[in-house]
Design a binder for this molecule. Structure first.
Ligand code: 5GP
Ligand code: ZN
Length: 114
């Protein structure tokens, strides 16, 4: 656990969240400010700052996060269309510096994103 990290505190239960899935590697919870009917954040239990800070040792967990998103999307019957998103760096809107995969679905999603 990294001190002063909001998402590490959510994993530990120090800050409450609406958990949707947890195993030994990832934790998934409802976004506090949802941008779609389904807006879930999937985070690794290991503190990784963001995609550009990840290293080759993180390849497995990065893929595992995507597969966790696909499993949740399947359970929620979102397979007519959903999106998984990593915002990387401040110009892309990354506001929490513990990597998190957004799972968005349940409405038509336009392209390109803003
Ligand atoms: P980013 O903008 O970094 O890609 O995404 C951060 C996301 O975390 C945002 O969608 C924001 O609504 C969500 N978020 C920020 N603080 C909290 C919180 O305390 N609880 C939950 N559940 N989501 C949060
Ligand atoms: Zn963290």
């Amino acid at each position: 656990m990294t001190p002063d990290c909001l998402f590490c505190k959510i994993i530990e239960g120090e800050i409450p969240s609406k958990k949707v899935f947890e195993d030994d590697r990832v934790f998934a919870f409802e976004d506090i400010d949802p941008k779609a009917p389904t807006h879930v954040l999937i985070i690794p239990k290991k503190h990784i700052v963001g995609l550009k800070e990840a290293d080759p040792n993180d390849a497995e967990i990065l893929g595992y996060m995507q597969l966790a998103a696909a499993k949740l999307a399947n359970e929620r019957k979102l397979e007519s269309g959903y999106r998984t998103v990593l915002n990387v760096g401040p110009d892309a809107g990354q506001s929490v510096f513990h990597i998190h995969l957004h799972l968005l679905g349940g409405r038509k999603l336009s392209w390109p994103p803003g």
